[in-house]
Design a binder for this molecule. Structure first.
Ligand code: F0G
Length: 461
């Protein structure tokens, strides 16, 4: 008798409410794609079968969170839920001050406009679309200081999110510390494939920046997932709790921007958290202009309550183990049939390597965008381009940015899909892979000015 493979990541919950899925025919999907200009962002949700576009705001909330929604204190000022959120941000993330925002980019807008002056440079471990745009709109230039391994989909480095200290130091020497208001440290690094940064690296970044009086701002959007990787991979952290690791990670930084729509298991919400009172004072003032009063920041009281409770659930060991276990399960299945993906598999997603999947398509003919469209046509599975389209255009020259990574992201909402859904997804990818040689690229039909990937339209060549 052969033994069953060990299943160590079963969901630590059972299902109480269900939402029916709609299957479509190939003809319906072809029509939907034409209407959407072959951009999966422009598809209607009703035409999608399994939605792996993003893990952002697509999470299933728990009964504990839904119960909290009923306790929403919708006072304009001083909502009870704000104080609960503040208490949990202090307890789990360790920052002193909290400014709620409607989502992550609201916090990015505040911190960028407060700290960045025209002509400044903002180093970071790979760009994120909204983060970089807010830095640029504030007059700054983003500089990528992530380690080289992060740009190599086949590198098995355990912490591909790490900052290359030589690159960071070289920038400081070149432009001077006065021109660097802060370093953005993302944990995990979304565009690198959901790859983590190590505690050792965070500590070193802290030491180097401290010497030069430069602040560190954490993008804490998926920091809990990062903490899980530290627990698995970093010596000395095996026995620590996720909550302890998260707290320690934050201790090396001065502030954090947060999209609660990821780690924190809610559908909307975010915050800026800070230790410096003067910056907090200014952020608290500015948030009134752009988001709402400083005790709600564009959120309903019930949303703040759901996020406060989400913080408590996000750090539960069984939750995070199953969350990342599911992503790894898909990664292992795809690798077992030879599909090229970014390795090691990331925290929130599996990234198909479109360069190796569709080597016949030039980068200017959008291989990853094409692959995302083909996967949808095949199966109704919606994914997202993370390649040349997402990378946008160079601020100075207007030419495309040409990222090394040309990827399609299969992003897993938390607590939403089952292992059977995962199997359907891998079969769909396999079916596209089997006919990969017939696939041709695309050209631009329409391109918007900002964050083009959201609304750009394409035509088949
Ligand atoms: N930082 C990271 C690392 C993110 O992944 C996101 C959003 C943000 C900031 C901005 O947060 O959407 O709440 O304003 N990422 C989503 C995604 C959109 O699909 O990866 P937001």
């Amino acid at each position: 008798m052969t033994k069953l493979a060990k299943r160590s990541w079963a969901e630590p919950f059972k299902i109480k409410v269900v939402e029916p899925l709609r299957m479509t025919s190939r003809e319906e999907r072809e029509r939907a794609l034409v209407e959407a200009g072959y951009n999966t962002f422009l598809l209607k949700s009703k035409d999608v079968y399994i939605d792996l576009l993003t893990d952002s705001g697509t999470n299933a909330m728990s009964d504990y969170q839904w119960a909290g929604m009923m306790l929403g204190d919708e006072a304009y000022a001083g909502s009870e839920n704000f104080y609960h959120l503040e208490e949990n941000v202090q307890k789990y993330y360790g920052y002193k001050y909290l400014v709620p925002t409607h989502q992550g980019r609201g916090a990015e807008h505040l911190i960028s406009s407060i700290l960045i002056k025209d002509g400044d440079f903002v180093p970071g471990n790979m760009y994120f679309t909204t983060t970089r745009l807010h830095q640029e709109l504030a007059g700054g230039t983003f500089v990528d200081v992530i380690i080289d391994e992060a740009h190599d989909p086949q590198s098995l480095h355990p912490f591909k999110g790490n900052i290359d200290l030589n690159k960071l130091e070289a920038l400081i020497n070149k432009v001077g510390a006065k021109k660097i208001p802060y370093v953005t440290v993302a944990a995990t690094v979304n565009m690198a494939g959901g790859q983590p940064i190590s505690i050792a690296n965070l500590r070193e970044v802290r030491e180097l920046t401290k010497k030069h009086g430069i602040r560190v701002v954490l993008d804490a959007t998926r920091a809990v997932e990062n903490a899980w990787f530290i627990k698995q991979r970093e010596k000395g952290y095996e026995k620590k709790t996720i909550a302890e690791i998260l707290f320690e990670m934050c201790s090396f930084t001065d502030a954090a921007t947060m999209s609660g729509k990821k780690d924190l298991l809610v559908n909307i919400g975010g915050f800026l958290a800070l230790n410096d009172y003067d910056i907090f004072e200014e952020a608290r003032n500015l948030v009134v202009v752009y988001e709402g009063l400083h005790t709600y920041g564009g959120l309903a009281g019930r949303d703040m309550e759901a996020m406060a409770r989400g913080i408590e659930e996000a750090v539960q060991e069984e939750h995070i183990k199953a969350r990342i276990g599911q992503v790894e399960y898909v990664g292992e299945r795809l690798m077992s049939i030879g599909i090229p993906i970014v390795q090691p598999s990331g925290g929130h997603a599996i990234f198909l390597d479109a360069r190796r999947f569709l080597p016949q398509i030039k980068q200017t003919e959008f291989p990853a965008q094409t692959l995302a469209a083909e996967l949808y046509a095949e199966s109704g599975v919606r994914s997202m381009e993370r390649g040349i389209v997402s990378a946008g255009r160079n601020k100075e020259t207007g030419d495309h940015n040409y990222p090394k990574l040309e990827l399609v992201r299969l992003t897993f909402p938390r607590r939403v899909y089952t292992q059977a859904h995962c199997d359907v997804v891998t079969e769909a990818v396999e079916a596209v892979y089997d006919r990969r040689e017939e696939i041709r690229g695309m050209e631009t039909e329409y391109e918007p000015k900002y964050l083009r990937f959201f609304q750009m339209r394409f035509k088949k060549l």
